[in-house]
Structures are given as C-alpha cells and as structure tokens.
Design a protein around this ligand. Structure first.
Ligand code: PLP
Length: 307
C-alpha cells in the first residue's frame, strides 16, 4: 500500500497497482479499457504489440491497428485516420496505446507536446489513452522534468521497476480510482494477487527513492559510449538517436557479420543484443560505470582492427 501510494503520488495519478511485471500491467490495462472485438491503435514497434505473446488477442480479444512511429513521434493526422468510423461492419476503436521511451530498441523520448496531442485526439473521439512507460523515468530525467508533467493527460500509465530502476521484481500501473479498482479485480482474476507482498515492495520503494535521479548517469554513459563508438571507422552509430540509456549501431559497412561481432564482444564479457541482420543494441545501467565504457570501446576497436 505504501508503494502504491508513493507511486500514485509520483505519477500524479489518483491510485496505483503493484503488479508482477510490466507485461502483466500492460495487459491488465488493455483488459480494463477494452471490450472483446474492439480495435487498439498501437505502435508497430511497441512491446505490447511485439513481445507479449499475443496477449492482446489471447486475453483481451481485441485486434490491433498498428501505427508506424518515427523516432518517438506520433503522427496525429495519421493516427486520426486510423480511428474507425461508426458503421455496421466496423470494429470500434477502444484504446490508443503509446510507449515512452519509445521503441524498445531505441529509447526515444516522446515530446510532451506530442503526448498531449495524442491525448487531445483521444478526448475528441472518446477513446482512452494508455502509456506503456516502462522506462518513463529515463525520459523524465532526459527532459529534466517531473514524470507527472509527462503523464498528466494520459488515462493510465505503467512503469517497470526492474529496468533502470534495478528492483528485482515488479511494475506499477496507475490511473484514476475507478480504473485501478477494475484493474485490481482483473489482476486478481489473472492470478496476480499477492498476500505477503511487503518483501517484494520493499526493494521497489528503495528503487523509487534512490534510483530515479541516478538514471541521469545511464543516459550520460550511453551518450559517451555512443560518441566514442561513432568515432570508430566503419562502425555506424547515430549519436543523435541516443535520447536515453539505449544506443544502437550497425556493422553493415564492415566485413564482419553481426553474429561474429557480438560473439567477439561476448568472449570479452560484453553483452549486446542483435536487433537486425546488421545491427545491435546496447543498454547502460547501474552495473556499467564510466571505466567500463572505456573497456567496451577498447574491445570494439580491437575487434574491428582484427577483422
Ligand atoms: C520491459 C518492457 C515491458 C515489459 O516489462 P516486463 O516487466 O519485462 O514484463 C513493457 N514495455 C516496455 C517498453 C519494456 O521495455
């Protein structure tokens, strides 16, 4: 209860719900907002759409209307064109889902004006707006604003306790009282209810109290790493695309495959994720300090020199 109260306060929402995971929080939100057979407008690279085991279809029984999101920016006109008209043959658009930071492979900060424009569109058409804010605090520290200012107009929001905030467990879903009351009931239905939850909430409270300002370091380290990697001949890293703690790069111009490149890093105890046929993703976090950034740069340089 203390964790939920604290979380609601920090987000500027009436109430909050502690869940086992971000995935569960997202799916509870969709189930709370929608009815079977409705349509959900959702980013085509989003976590809810791509990495939640088809839960929109399996649990909420909704269908999706994906929207392409350019560098964390939602095209409002395009979004409005995806809202279904009333009609005997048409599904009802029941929810708009946005993600901030955007695109799990990039960590783009969605501009606050753009979020507010999505919310205005939702209001105009009586469609609720939900934000998957797994890494919302990375966005808040990047913009140097309070997270409340970012999520003010969305109907509900989730954040992960286990990403940059480093807690071992859980996520928070927040919204108004009525929403959370229904969400709590759905959480219970899905077997997500807790009994002795204090020991799970305790590290989450530490995370919220101590880890939020620290995210600045992750964002800064990602930028430093990106700048240094972008200076390596042949390696493609777009520093302008590093908004938060995630950076991406490509080995397209080098005579090495992405798998060989990542294997070489792994041999040196550096983990990066393959995100396409020639590109990778790196994420900075509490376990990565500035001297380790140097080591990563050194290993990447050596790898490329030894091709
Ligand atoms: C990690 C993540 C989730 C899911 O959180 P889990 O706790 O791993 O289930 C949802 N959305 C985004 C954008 C994420 O990065």
């Amino acid at each position: 209860k203390k964790l939920e109260k604290m979380s609601a306060d920090i987000l500027g929402k009436e109430d909050a719900l502690f869940t086992t995971s971000g995935t569960l929080a997202n799916q509870i939100a969709v189930m709370t907002f929608t009815n079977r057979g409705e349509e959900v407008i959702i980013g085509d690279t989003s976590h809810i759409y791509n990495l939640e085991v088809g839960a929109l279809a399996a649990l909420s029984q909704v269908q999706t209307r994906p929207i392409n999101v350019e560098n964390g920016y939602y095209d409002i006109e395009k979004m409005e064109s995806l809202i279904r008209n009333k009609g005997i043959q048409n599904a009802k658009t029941g929810l708009i889902c946005i993600e901030n930071t955007n695109n799990l492979n990039a960590g783009f900060v969605v501009p606050i004006d753009n979020i507010n424009a999505v919310c205005e569109l939702g209001k105009k058409h009586h469609i609720p707006v939900y934000m998957d804010g797994a890494r919302i605090f990375n966005a808040a520290v990047a913009l140097d604003v309070e997270v409340k200012d970012i999520v003010k107009n969305v109907d509900a929001v989730m954040f992960a306790l286990t990403k940059g905030l480093c807690a071992p467990f859980g996520a928070i879903l927040a919204g108004d009282k009525e929403f959370i009351e229904k969400a709590r009931w759905i959480k219970q239905r899905l077997g997500g209810g807790f009994r002795q939850a204090g020991f799970l909430a305790a590290p989450a409270i530490v995370a919220i109290k101590e880890m939020i300002p620290r995210l600045k370091e992750d964002n800064k380290n990602a930028k430093i790493l990106g700048e240094k990697l972008s200076a390596i001949e042949g390696l493609d890293v777009n520093v302008d695309n590093i908004h938060t703690s995630i950076l991406t790069g490509s080995v397209k111009k080098l005579p090495i495959t992405i798998d060989e490149f990542l294997d070489r890093l792994k041999e040196n105890k550096i983990k990066a994720k393959r995100i396409s046929d020639d590109s990778f993703r790196m994420v900075t976090h509490l376990g990565i300090e500035e001297n380790e950034i140097e080591r990563v740069v050194k290993v990447v340089k050596e790898t490329i020199n030894n091709i």
